[in-house]
Design a protein around this ligand. Structure first.
Ligand SMILES: Nc1ncnc2c1ncn2[C@@H]1O[C@H](COP(=O)(O)OP(=O)(O)OP(=O)(O)O)[C@@H](O)[C@H]1O
Ligand SMILES: [Mg+2]
Length: 536
């Protein structure tokens, strides 16, 4: 079992939550939700023992095993795939690794022999061999066949590594499984696999996600981080949404009624407090007023940023032309013979099942990488700005957010910079925060501020909604709808695809399909369905 007692967390003056006493029980899957920057990742880190809370404590049995989905794809580069998974169970891995170390010695002493016999016995006792077989079959389910199990992690591609890390987290069914936005990095098939695993999971799961569909599928409970608290509600996301809105409305109604009553009582007190015969009544009504003071509705941290991109100038006639671009990564093709010309007013959604193909094409357009063959020619009137899928390199320093933004336009004064940050919900001291502590959603907002400041007339986005809360997603949707010039973006957000795109370019390692029209028409178009099937 896992619980918290009067848990509180602050960073300096900023308090994320306080007095949180909640329990997470086996068999339940808790969807941890809340605004960007509310403290979800921080709570997971406290529960896993990664960082300490400023108040209160965690209650758990000594035996409780907790497993965390690792975010750093490179962490296990020097280890074999199968070993990386077994590391999911620390005790078992120690025994396994020691045993293998001794076996690998050129010569074994008598002492080594005794030790290894003991490790063997312990390993069997812990069902090591069965678990090793389980690990292998989990890898197979995830599409990593046995020829790869003995490879080093650094020999796998990024998507395979993510799947191995997922298998590591789930290995040997830990008592508590902690997942922080797992679906962002997963392909569609793996997401379905995870949904199934979580639905059947017999122990405790806490999963942070901004994806309503995913939350509705897997969660038995919702843990909402807001109003300086963490509150648990039974039911899935939609149920939470409806019931929390209802509760909020009821509280507002109650407050309205109290306010009306208070007005009447105050009127009575005002009229009769000087009147000796009524003064007793007036005093008792005064007491009643105190009792009726409406409960203060606590302030939510859910707020909407104001995302608006203004181009520095209109695009000229030539925007960008892509000529016969092909590219491979580690010898494996990701793009083949991609050619297209972007026209004024194009809002291009880049689609396709292989996210690597889309990301690579966007990186080539952003001139971050040069293709193996072919070329990209940008028009002279074009300023293109880029929102990468992985923004780690932008946020590794300890500079303050304000200084960080200033770097992108040294001529801007403090007030203007603060204006950009304020619209992205960084006001007051928040603008002085070090960029390396920003949460996932805060980083995305900082990147929007940077793009707004750069005033590009062609905006390139790779999965901009990945870390955003619902408020920010809908602001981004508005911002993109109102952008008058050219957009090229990839997204798994259906609303963005449906409302923003007027041209679809589907890419795969085998080729491309180019369609002028809405996403809806594209997916329902018989001829284009066939064309897409040919490159899938
Ligand atoms: N070491 C730190 N020092 C100061 N502030 C911090 C530190 N670590 C995190 N924060 C701040 O605490 C807040 C909560 O961060 P956290 O990463 O838990 O948010 P989150 O709920 O996971 O948000 P997101 O949905 O964007 O991932 C953020 O405002 C973040 O900037
Ligand atoms: Mg987070």
């Amino acid at each position: 079992m896992l619980a918290t007692s009067e848990l509180g967390m602050s960073f300096g003056k900023k308090r994320l939550f306080e007095d949180v006493s909640v329990e997470f029980s086996p068999g339940n899957c808790y969807g941890l939700i809340g605004a960007n920057g509310a403290g979800k990742s921080t709570l997971l880190k406290i529960l896993s023992g990664d960082i300490e809370s400023t108040e209160g404590r965690i209650i758990k049995d000594k035996k409780t095993t907790i497993s965390v989905l690792k975010q750093n794809q490179f962490e296990f580069d020097e280890y074999k795939v199968i070993d990386t998974i077994i590391m999911g169970n620390k005790a078992l891995y120690e025994c396994y690794a020691e045993r293998n170390r001794i076996y690998a010695l050129p010569e074994m002493s008598e002492d080594d022999g005794l030790k290894v016999a003991q490790y063997e016995a312990d390993y069997s006792e812990m069902d090591g061999y069965e678990k090793e077989a389980d690990a292998a079959s989990m890898l197979d389910e995830l599409g990593i066949d046995s020829s790869k199990h003995e490879l080093l992690m650094n020999q796998l591609d990024a998507s395979e590594k993510v799947r191995v890390l997922l298998a590591q987290a789930l290995f040997d069914s830990p008592d508590v499984l902690l997942l922080d936005e797992p679906t962002n990095q997963l392909d569609y098939k793996t997401t379905l696999w995870l949904e199934e695993k979580l639905t059947d999971y017999e122990n405790t799961v806490l999963v942070v996600s901004h994806d309503r569909h995913f939350l509705n599928k897997v969660c038995t409970h919702i843990a909402d981080v807001d109003f300086g608290k963490v509150k648990i509600y039974p039911g899935n996301y939609d149920f939470w949404k409806q019931s929390s809105e209802l509760a909020h409305r009821q509280q507002e109604e109650k407050n309205k009624k109290s306010e009306q009553k208070i007005k009447e009582l105050e009127e009575f007190v005002r009229r009769f407090s000087a009147n000796a015969s009524k003064s007793k009544q007036a005093t008792s009504r005064k007491k009643l007023i105190d009792k009726l003071t409406p409960e203060e509705l606590p302030e939510s941290v859910r707020r909407s940023p104001f995302i608006q991109f203004k181009p520095n100038r209109k695009c000229g006639t030539k925007i960008v032309t892509v000529n016969n671009v092909s590219h491979a990564i580690d010898g494996v093709p990701v793009l083949t013979d991609v050619s297209f010309t972007i026209n004024a007013g194009d809002k291009v959604a880049l689609t396709g099942m292989q996210s690597l193909s889309k990301t690579t094409l966007l990186q080539i357009l952003a001139e971050e990488i040069t293709p193996d063959s072919g070329s990209v020619e940008w028009g002279e009137t074009i300023t293109h700005t880029y929102f990468p899928k992985d923004n780690n390199t932008y946020f590794s320093s300890e500079t303050s957010l304000l200084d960080w933004l200033k770097k992108y336009d040294e001529t801007l004064d403090l007030q203007t910079l603060r204006g950009y940050l304020g619209r992205m919900l960084f006001s007051g001291d928040d603008a002085l925060k070090k960029v390396n502590v920003l949460s996932g959603g805060e980083r995305a907002r900082a990147m929007f501020a940077r793009m707004m400041l750069l005033e590009g007339n062609t905006l390139v986005f790779d999965e901009p909604t990945d870390h955003l809360d619902l408020e920010a997603i809908s602001s981004l949707n508005d911002g993109l709808n109102q952008f008058p010039e050219v957009l090229i973006f990839s997204t798994h957000d259906f609303e963005l695809l449906h409302t923003v795109a007027n041209r679809i370019i589907e890419v795969s390692p085998k080729g491309m399909v180019d369609y002028s029209g809405s996403f809806e028409d594209f997916v329902n178009h018989d001829v284009f369905k066939k064309k897409v099937a040919q490159i899938s």
